[in-house]
Design a protein around this ligand. Structure first.
Ligand SMILES: [Zn+2]
Length: 193
């Protein structure tokens, strides 16, 4: 075979291979706890979310690039009132570049500069795992992690979680880019929003 022919065949093969392999994931995702051993049950009480157990002070990081939506820097929770909006204690929500809202709560600390409207990149530290809000007194700290569709800032009921996040977390932990966009779109439709 002549050299130019060989190149042509290689070029065609590469093109065909490109068509037959699945499209690259549009967005990159990161597991939301970095540098620490974690575990989470594939279960959550009352509504879909994840309670990711990790050591106190472990980093809660942005699972995707996006913009900060809600930040709570004060633990206003009281066992007497147990208000829904206060249960998260210190928390951060971001709107990811994929249009999905991601929420982490019960934090011991929110990073300086994490304020509504601020751009964050994938893997950027947002805060530290803690035990604030309704997690006060629970022996083992955890990150409450919720995936939901967008609503108004401060909407605690939706942001706490609208879809089951476990398979996405498991994929991100393995370094796979599994996107929750379709699941979130379905949940939004179901809710009539
Ligand atoms: Zn929880």
């Amino acid at each position: 075979m002549k050299l130019p022919q060989k190149f042509l065949i290689i070029a065609i093969s590469v093109t065909l291979l490109g068509i037959s392999t699945p499209a690259k994931a549009e967005f990159s995702y990161a597991y939301p706890v970095s540098g620490c051993k974690t575990e989470f049950p594939w279960y959550h009480h009352d509504y879909p979310a994840a309670d990711i157990k990790a050591r106190m002070g472990c980093a809660f990081v942005a699972p995707i690039g996006g913009v900060v939506q809600d930040v709570s820097r004060k633990d206003l929770w009281s066992g007497k009132t147990n208000l829904g909006k206060d249960r998260g204690g210190l928390s951060v929500s971001i709107i990811g570049d994929d249009g999905v809202r991601y929420y982490g709560s019960h934090l011991s600390k929110v990073e300086v500069g994490i304020e509504p409207g601020v751009r964050v990149e994938i893997g950027q530290k947002l805060g530290e795992i803690g035990r604030t809000g309704s997690a006060r007194g629970i022996p083992r700290p955890h990150l409450h992690f919720g995936i939901s569709y967008q609503t108004e800032p401060g909407d605690w009921e939706i942001r706490r979680g609208a879809i089951k996040p476990w398979k996405f977390l498991a994929a991100w932990k393995k370094g796979e880019n599994l996107s929750p966009v379709k699941a979130v779109t379905r949940a939004k439709k179901r809710a009539g929003k």
